[in-house]
Design a protein around this ligand. Structure first.
Ligand SMILES: NC(=O)c1ccc[n+]([C@@H]2O[C@H](COP(=O)([O-])OP(=O)(O)OC[C@H]3O[C@@H](n4cnc5c(N)ncnc54)[C@H](OP(=O)(O)O)[C@@H]3O)[C@@H](O)[C@H]2O)c1
Length: 350
């Protein structure tokens, strides 16, 4: 039998493993477990052999980051995993078979019909259906669906046209390093090392390619936005037309979004819904030059919306600007929130 959180008591502390602890998402997950007072009994930090000798700090204590292997999960209740998909594909099922519930940040299981794909503000009910693995969606999808959900509930969204402006931290520690090192080289008058993480120089540039190209001229990142949005919203009729762009911004993704709804919609109605929606904050005062900015969203939990305005040619459409910290709500925070929801599901019995 899979030992799940449903078989544990609500008041219990949990044995937690952070997999990919040396990575951009792993570091933020560790910070959030502490900040949010997650009931951690024991904790271990895992990454590749490359991280041998590195440490992670939790509640003032330093822990060695251990090399991940098939035996890493004995006695672990919850795994928060953020490794490349190929690594998750191997290790997350092993962790689930060992009795843990895995919240997996990679793309490995997101479209698996047996794996819930969850954003707690949108489809928390899906968590109860897990069979040991719960997938955390793609970062650009998470912030978009948090904003779309309250509109969809009232007006039914038919179509979404979205252009993203995605930060380099979306490509992990190496993405951040590539922007920084190339900028430093440019400022020092040195020739920059060749791009590795990005297909072109990222400094002074906007690159309309995130991940590899796939079917119909869309990139894999764009396909993630199309397919994951439908799965999370539970509505395969929503048409999503994305263009994903990498920009030389250190943190937070921005998105320009156009939506078309079944019922006529006004900016005021949308603003009212967003003002009351969980996880959403409205910053929309153009006269005072106030709207969501990537730099302001960094280290913040909310998904910010602003520049809310009508489509001048279509009473069933409107446009807005949406910004979120990709490492927090786009990844680590969403994963920790899923783990928190798991605790709520647990009956008050062991
Ligand atoms: N960055 C984002 O905004 C974001 C948002 C949503 C989802 N995600 C997903 O989250 C995952 C991690 O992303 P990230 O941005 O944190 O990447 P990252 O900074 O490159 O970190 C990757 C982590 O995976 C570990 N890892 C790599 N190969 C491993 C192996 N063979 N065995 C064990 N651990 C291994 C790395 O350990 P070493 O340091 O030892 O190599 C590191 O801890 C990816 O699947 C990504 O698609 C990222």
């Amino acid at each position: 039998m899979i030992h799940t959180l449903e078989t544990m008591g609500v008041g219990d502390v949990k044995n937690v493993a952070v997999v990919g602890a040396s990575g951009a998402v792993g570091e933020v997950m560790t910070k959030l477990l502490e900040e949010r007072g997650f009931p951690v009994g024991s904790i271990k930090f895992l990454a590749s052999e490359r991280s041998a000798g590195k440490t992670a700090t939790f509640r003032g204590e330093r822990f060695q980051i251990e090399p991940l292997n098939d035996d890493s999960f004995a006695g672990i209740d919850i795994v928060l995993s953020s490794t490349p998909a190929s690594i998750s594909r191997h290790f997350s099922p092993i962790a689930a078979r060992a009795g843990a519930v895995v919240v997996d940040n990679s793309s490995a299981f997101r479209m698996d019909p047996d794996v819930p794909l969850v954003v707690p503000e949108v489809n928390p009910e899906a968590i109860a259906e897990h069979k040991g693995i719960i997938a955390n969606p793609n970062c650009s999808t998470i912030q978009m669906v948090v904003a779309l959900k309250p509109i969809h509930d009232q007006f039914k969204i038919k179509r979404v046209i979205v252009s993203t402006y995605q930060s380099v931290s979306g490509a992990g520690q190496k993405g951040v390093y590539e922007l920084k090192s190339r900028l430093e080289a440019a400022l020092a008058g040195r020739s920059a090392p060749a791009p590795v993480k990005f297909p072109h120089p990222i400094e002074g540039n906007c690159i309309p390619q995130i991940d590899d190209f796939a079917a119909e001229g869309y990139t894999k990142e764009e396909w993630k936005m199309i397919n994951e949005t439908r799965k999370i919203m539970g509505d395969d009729s929503i048409e999503v037309c994305p263009t994903c762009v990498r920009v030389p911004v250190p943190a937070s993704h921005s998105e320009s979004i156009w939506i078309e709804t079944e019922k006529p919609i006004s900016p005021r109605a949308a603003r009212d819904l967003w003002t009351r929606a969980p996880g959403v904050a409205v910053i929309d005062d153009p006269a005072d030059k106030r709207y969501p900015l990537a730099a302001d969203a960094e280290h913040r939990d909310e998904v910010f919306v602003g520049r809310i305005r009508a489509d001048l040619n279509n009473p069933r459409a409107l446009l807005f600007w949406c910004v979120g910290d990709n490492l927090r709500k786009g990844a680590a925070l969403n994963a920790v929130q899923i783990a928190e929801e798991l605790l709520k599901l647990a009956p008050a019995k062991v």
